[in-house]
Design a protein. Structure first.
Length: 482
């Protein structure tokens, strides 16, 4: 009996190889999916990294030395994925964090434990606790909400990381650093400029302080002097100077005023900061703000690489300053003080010192102008001369207090608010405070000028089609000549 003979023609072999290849690829995909599932690998592809934690939060979690419990008050299975996706990252990064989902209707005793008479805990809230300290975050506090002119609420951003990180920082430390805002000189305090809620969320407590009525409290983590319209007395300036000599921290923001600020300027000069009396005028077109008609006194200064403003650079967020004073380092250049420019104008800018002439608002150069770049915000850090490590006083000086509150119809500039919070955190330098900005849910349209638009149009409508046509003709004639 003859053995059967199988003869595979080309088509059969080709079909077999194709089938085997398809099966192999399918098997590989299944194996990779299983491995990825086991390793719990994820990628946040959202443009604003809505579900990823910032480096500040990761650093805090890595240094966490106490157990933290996060309780989400939802009926199991009803918790919002958009929030829990971020919350679960905390437990994934740190084994000190545990997350529980509890139905408050089934465990009223637990809810009562964290409720206060005037603040009952409701479903949808989050409780962050560690030891004897806790903080309750309501559902609405997880979102950045604004209101239209008709009074309708509009969700502008997500504040999940901002709220949870701040709550962990407080609960794990039990500390709330105090910021004392100096009053009595017609100041515009941070609280009155819309920063109270942001500072509270970052775990700070704000209090007002009159230096004529009391001394600086020992628990002062930071003093602020924002937009004074009249000068300090010599006695008040001496109190602040003594506080700084004892390792204190000061944040000041000034405006150009009719009254001389002799004692304030002298105080800053003792710490290597010289105020340049005049207004910074910017002439570089790409730094001006179209909404203000390219007013040269309203512009976006350049950010330095200093640690407190570097996150703004990375986020491509530009603060906007108006009618700003300038600063420079004094000629004394004390060795124990390190001077850091934070914001600066361009090389084309000038400091206008003559503000009384009829040409004072003219962008053209007039007598008395001082050439740029000009520092609009600076910081000074005292250092130990033996180790050269930061130790002692820290000062932040901003040249435009009016900017911090807002710019007309534009309102408060988010980049300005983020800058202030970063500088407060740098000044205080306390592990119990972490400032994380909210993450916008909006995507702004790409804005390009006319020339750039014409270039892109030429590339897509003319150049690329001609390139394809040329390649086709080349291949055609090459094959024809063979």
């Amino acid at each position: 009996m003859k053995k059967p003979f199988f003869k595979f023609d080309f088509k059969t072999r080709h079909a077999g190889i194709s089938a085997l290849t398809s099966i192999s690829v399918l098997a590989a995909i299944i194996i990779v999916n299983i491995l990825v599932g086991q390793l719990d690998l994820k990628a946040d592809l959202t443009p604003k990294k809505l579900f990823s934690l910032t480096d500040e939060t990761k650093t805090m979690l890595e240094n966490l030395d106490t157990e933290v419990d996060i309780i989400a008050l939802f009926e199991p299975g009803q918790e919002p994925d958009s929030i829990m996706e971020t919350v679960n990252e905390y437990a994934r990064i740190s084994d000190k964090v545990t997350i529980r989902i509890i139905d408050p209707d089934r465990e009223p005793a637990l809810v009562a434990k964290y409720s206060e008479e005037d603040k009952p805990v409701s479903k949808g809230s989050f409780i962050v606790s560690s030891g004897d300290f806790f903080r309750v975050i309501t559902a609405m506090e997880m979102y950045d909400v604004s209101y239209t002119q008709q009074g309708q609420p509009q969700v502008m951003g997500q504040k999940v990381e901002q709220q949870i990180t701040s709550a962990i920082a407080y609960a794990s430390s039990g500390r709330t650093p105090k910021i004392y805002e100096i009053i009595g000189h017609r100041e515009t305090t941070l609280a009155s400029s819309g920063y109270a809620q942001m500072l509270n969320q970052a775990n700070y407590k704000l209090e007002e302080l009159s230096l004529t009525l009391s001394d600086i409290p020992e628990d002062a983590a930071l003093l602020t002097l924002i937009g004074p319209r009249s000068d300090l007395s010599e006695a008040e300036a001496a109190k602040i100077n003594n506080y700084l000599n004892s390792g204190g921290r000061l944040m000041t923001a000034l405006d150009l005023t009719q009254e001389p600020m002799t004692n304030i300027y002298a105080l800053l000069k003792r710490w290597d900061i010289e105020v340049r009396h005049g207004l910074v005028l910017e002439t570089k077109a790409n730094r001006l703000i179209a909404e203000f008609g390219d007013n040269p006194f309203v512009f976006a200064p350049y950010l330095s690489d200093f640690e407190a403003v570097a996150p703004l650079n990375e986020a491509k967020a530009n603060p906007i300053f108006q009618a700003s004073l300038g600063f420079k380092r004094t000629e004394a250049r004390q060795r124990q003080l390190e001077y850091f420019p934070l914001l600066s104008s361009s090389d084309d800018s000038r400091l206008r010192t003559d503000l009384t002439s009829e040409n004072s608002g003219n962008p053209a150069t007039i007598p008395g102008d001082e050439r740029g770049p000009i520092n609009l915000a600076v910081a000074v850090q005292q250092r130990n001369m033996d180790s050269y490590k930061p130790e002692g006083a820290a000062i932040v000086a901003l040249g435009s207090a009016s900017t911090l509150k807002g710019l007309g119809a534009m309102g408060q500039i988010k980049a300005n608010a983020d800058m202030v919070m970063n500088l407060v955190n740098w000044s205080v330098n306390d592990d119990s405070t972490v400032s994380v900005p909210s993450k916008s849910l909006f995507r702004l349209p790409l804005r390009i000028d006319t020339l750039t638009g014409l270039i892109y149009a030429g590339i897509t409508i003319i150049f690329i089609p001609l390139l394809c046509l040329g390649a086709g003709l080349f291949i055609y004639f090459r094959r024809r000549n063979k």
